[in-house]
Design a protein. Structure first.
Length: 335
């Protein structure tokens, strides 16, 4: 008679009882052939040999378990395993130095967000369904993100259907179909059109001073790039957090002087889906502006809000104290 058993250290006692009663267990583990051969031969052994055989099998299983545990990499120091899951969707760099540096953002903000208590993943390409399986919010910063394959559109659709959040910066809004992209993030920008100021003063006016995302945000001027000729979402529309007067530049033309939303939130639900949140900062042309104190805290709050987490959870996070290195005992020299 054969009895099916899983090969682990906690079953050795029962396996031994089966052998002693004349049964030969069938084992399922990495050592199936070796362990089974030993155990089957153990059926004919004297009690003292049987005990030794069981000890040998237990040792093999203990080593196997130790090796299996070693395959799990330790968490990076300072990572908060219970933090929100953020996927940074970046892209290859475009533009001159100091501008549109998407890979640098991925490098810098994967560290910064980890230091602020998040669990971060990301890449220079669109996320897969597996990438987004446990993601709370996508942080999107790449050029022309609106160019999506049918498969990439499906992945985003399914993600938004379950209420996943999106945060979008600068030229991520650009693509071939601004009306479609507006349904995802509240606005879209047509690829190929002159629709930018180039780096110029962007004078913010905070429209919603009660929004927790804008806490501590004052009306100030940032030297960056603004867009003005946008395709906006309707039913629902965006909720404007801040506007700017479009600067008079060679590229703004007749749009100079217009007041255009530059920071907003967008809440919507796909048919049959869970409400999803979007936060958009339309600047980000210049890499240095991600380090601006007011901007950085606003972005951290916007990310937390879009992830449906407490809005200050990233701003207020305190990492655990650094581990204190153990001092090695002094070596005693012997004559």
């Amino acid at each position: 008679m054969h009895t099916e058993k899983h090969c682990d250290a906690f079953q050795i006692h029962s396996i031994g009882a089966e052998i002693a009663s004349g049964q030969a267990p069938v084992l399922a583990c990495p050592f199936t052939s070796k362990v089974a051969a030993i155990l089957k031969s153990a059926c004919t052994l004297r009690p003292t040999c049987l005990l030794f055989t069981l000890f040998l099998v237990w040792s093999m299983l203990f080593v196997a378990g130790s090796r299996a545990q070693d395959t799990h990499a330790p968490l990076p120091w300072g990572q908060n395993p219970g933090g929100m899951h953020i996927y940074i969707w970046a892209g290859l760099k475009t533009h001159p130095p100091g501008r549109h540096d998407y890979p640098q953002f991925l490098a810098d903000w994967s560290k910064l967000l980890t230091e602020h208590g998040a669990v971060v993943d990301g890449a220079l390409h669109a996320p897969s369904a597996v990438d987004l399986a446990h993601t709370d919010v996508i942080v999107l910063y790449k050029g022309d993100a609106g160019f999506l394959s049918d498969e990439e559109k499906k992945v985003l659709h399914d993600y938004l259907l379950r209420g996943g959040g999106i945060v979008s910066f600068h030229d991520s809004l650009c693509g071939p179909d601004p009306s479609y992209f507006a349904t995802l993030v509240g606005a879209g920008k047509k690829h190929g059109e002159v629709n930018y100021t180039n780096p110029a003063p962007v004078p913010y006016t905070v429209v919603d001073k009660t929004s927790p995302i804008m806490e501590g945000m004052s009306d100030f001027t940032l030297f960056d790039e603004a867009f003005y000729n946008m395709t906006w979402a309707h039913d629902p529309g965006i909720h404007v957090l801040a506007t700017a007067v479009i600067a008079a530049t060679e590229w703004s033309g007749k749009h100079a002087g217009e007041v255009v939303p530059q920071i907003w939130t967008y809440e919507h639900s796909l048919t049959g889906g869970v409400p999803a949140r979007v936060f958009v900062w339309m600047q980000g042309d210049r890499t240095e502006n991600f380090n601006n104190y007011q901007i950085q805290r606003m972005l951290l709050r916007g990310i937390a809000w879009a992830a449906k987490k407490p809005v200050d959870i990233l701003v207020d996070y305190l990492p655990p104290p650094a581990p204190v290195p153990q001092q090695q005992p002094a070596q005693t020299e012997h004559p």
